[in-house]
Write a protein that binds this ligand. Sequence first.
Ligand SMILES: Cc1cc2nc3c(=O)[nH]c(=O)nc-3n(C[C@H](O)[C@H](O)[C@H](O)COP(=O)(O)O)c2cc1C
Length: 355
Amino acid sequence: MTSGGTVTSEGAVPSEGAVTSEGAVGGRWARHRVAERVRGAWHAVTAGDVDLSVSVGSVALPNPVMTASGTAGHGDELQAYFPLGDLGAVVVKSLSVAPWPGNRAPRVHQSGTGMINSVGLQGPGIGAWLDHDLPALAATGARVVVSIWGQRVEDFAKAAAELSGVPGITAVEVNVSCPNLEDRRRMFAHSPSATAEVVAAVGEHCPGLPRWAKLSPTVADLAEVAGAALGAGAEAVTLVNTVLAMAIDIERRRPVLGSGPGGGGLSGPAVHPVAVRAVFDVRAAHPDATVIGVGGVMSGRDAVELIMAGADAVQVGTATFRDPRAPVRILRELETWCADHGVRRVRELRGVAHG
Ligand SMILES: Cc1cc2nc3c(=O)[nH]c(=O)nc-3n(C[C@H](O)[C@H](O)[C@H](O)COP(=O)(O)O)c2cc1C
């Protein structure tokens, strides 16, 4: 029921100005005023009161919003738009042990409500990144999560070894959504055993650094792959990487993107429901696991949805291409949503959609 002369199913409600005392308009109006008072108390949370802190495994973060790997540069590029230390964490683009050129152009294609990319994990290599990018990024006060990738288990192990003992790194996100040269270029993330092998190898070579496993949604049983990653020592699973996709230029009769076979990965609003389902299913199968939700988070409401599905934290990717300030805007929208809905701790929302 609303106040102010509105007609509802309960009949005409007098306007505020017409009421001199609650008793004068009978019991229904009195009940309305009581309800308004209760609602007032419920709304009494202001944005600044909301406790946004979360834990991702052993890592305590001041809030649950991070950048998604590959969409916020390798270093402090976004610091020009907002203080990177304001976010929960900054996840850098996946790095391999050696420099990697990535794929041929064109690498990005707008497709409906999504974007297909075939950037191909271009990067300077971990050594150069440690020398040239990490110092500036760490100086911003950001919590830095390094994403690593490889084409063999051994590549992941070498990449991890380079990170071992390096100060200024909060966690390593192991991107297993890349082709395994030792298994007919099948994605590591498409095999529970290959995923476990990689996560274990990373743990052996950089003990003490929390490991998060970034998984692909393009599998028959994501909960099984997540279980394998967690069993091998991942403190969290990051769900999801891009969805395998392709666009064809019908005039040229060829794939649009320049990667070898022409395929790419779909991201943005189109994949949001895929991410919500992935987070929901993995939370149901592994109630105690830490889950990071990523996929089409364009607003605070999208972040709320992933958290209600079971995410402890979220990452913002494609939205950053449209608006470089998107991660911090989404953080503020999440905070405001919590305040408007009387949620004092964002952690209270985790998994509530499971009933
Ligand atoms: C251009 C581009 C590059 C990406 N590069 C990486 C990467 O290097 N490593 C990785 O784990 N994910 C990478 N991703 C996947 C994103 O981190 C994210 O999982 C995915 O895009 C879904 O989130 P979004 O819809 O918010 O973008 C990339 C995505 C895009 C669009």
